[in-house]
Design a protein around this ligand. Structure first.
Ligand code: UFG
Length: 330
């Protein structure tokens, strides 16, 4: 499948980690990109591609302004609060941003006749896995408000497809990782909560010691198992989704992962190989809301979207992240 002609695409959350890589990929593919972001967690320095509109999803007037005068062929939605443990403590913030904000966006799209939407959902919608390798048919039972906020939107999207003919692709990302290989954009959360950045930061900043959350999960070494997928592979799936929606109306969901599970200790070992030395750590109690194991079966995306991850080696994924963390621009 190929994309024919120049498209106009709106990237909500385009100043953030995944959104900035997406904006760049869209621009480099020769399409027009508009970024909508409130800069609450995103970075101005990452706004190097396309037109930027500052606004907040919680404010319908901001959204209206972003849609006035421009027709978008599709909207990609990366704006969300994403920290699982924080969602347990602040459910209102998560439901307001992730559910109400998205509903405002969908309603604005509907009002302006924009019919195609790609949604960043999450493996967290599955909760405790009842399958070793998770397919899209796995029961949906999120363990925390973050996962529930994403599942609510998935359900809303099915209703929008039925009622308003809005087409959507819902991507259930497993663990997004890595950075653009040229090292000019990358992952920068504050505070950083994700495993790979925290490993790399603790190796660079000697005052920062790595904590590993939980040592008695029902996994081979007692630490959580995750499926790490490169950021550029996630982005390429979004472009494939635009083509897919043109031929397949309705609302569709796809897992995006590499299909390989790595425990925290295995990730630590791989990172040590990339960095060239071992990383010291302390075990801490398990974090609230963490699932023991999340590993994707992405064969549906492979078959239907013709999506194929290019970064299948965990060390290579970590290398791209390390290039960024050694010399971050923001
Ligand atoms: N972890 C540590 N130490 C750290 C950071 C993380 O031990 O400093 C552990 C976590 O407890 C977890 C694993 O490493 O067991 C991975 O944690 P991340 O925070 O990197 O990723 P999560 O799996 O919690 O969450 C990520 C995204 C979510 C998404 C989820 C789906 O942040 O948005 O993947 O798998 F929902």
């Amino acid at each position: 499948m190929t994309l024919n002609g120049k498209l106009s695409l709106l990237v909500c959350g385009g100043a953030g980690y995944i959104g900035s890589h997406m904006a760049r990929m869209i621009a480099e593919a020769g399409h027009e990109v508009t970024i909508f972001d409130n800069l609450s967690t995103g970075h101005k320095e990452a706004l190097k591609w396309g037109r930027f509109i500052q606004g907040d999803l919680r404010n319908p007037a901001d959204l209206d302004a972003a849609f006035k005068g421009t027709h978008y062929d599709a909207v990609f939605h990366f704006s969300a609060l994403i920290v699982v443990s924080e969602s347990v403590e602040k459910p209102f913030d998560y439901y307001e941003n992730n559910v109400t904000g998205t509903l405002n966006l969908l309603q604005t799209m509907h009002k302006h006749g924009v019919k195609r939407f790609v949604f960043s959902s999450t493996a967290a919608v599955y909760g405790d896995p009842v399958m070793d390798i998770i397919t899209e048919t796995h029961p949906l039972s999120p363990l925390n408000p973050y996962g529930r906020s994403k599942l609510f939107v998935e359900e809303i999207l099915e209703d929008y497809a039925t009622a308003y003919g809005m087409d959507s692709v819902r991507f259930r990302y497993f663990n997004a990782a890595g950075a653009h290989p040229d090292g000019t954009i990358g992952e920068a959360h504050n505070p950083e909560t994700h495993l790979i950045p925290n490993i790399l930061l603790s190796s660079i900043d000697k005052g920062r010691r790595l904590k590993i959350f939980g040592s008695d999960y029902p996994t081979p070494d007692g630490t959580c198992v995750r499926d790490y997928v490169h950021i550029l592979d996630l982005c390429s799936a979004h472009l494939a989704a635009v083509v897919y929606m043109a031929q397949n109306p309705g609302s569709h969901c796809f897992n995006l992962g590499n299909g390989q599970g790595f425990s925290i200790l295995e990730v630590l070992k791989a990172a040590g190989d990339v960095i060239g030395h071992r990383i010291e750590f302390d075990f801490e109690p398990a974090r609230a809301g963490d699932s023991p194991r999340l590993v994707a079966d992405s064969s549906k995306a492979l078959a239907e979207l013709k999506w194929k991850p290019r970064y299948t080696d965990l060390r290579e994924i970590i290398e791209t992240a390390y290039r960024w963390h050694k010399n971050p621009v923001y």
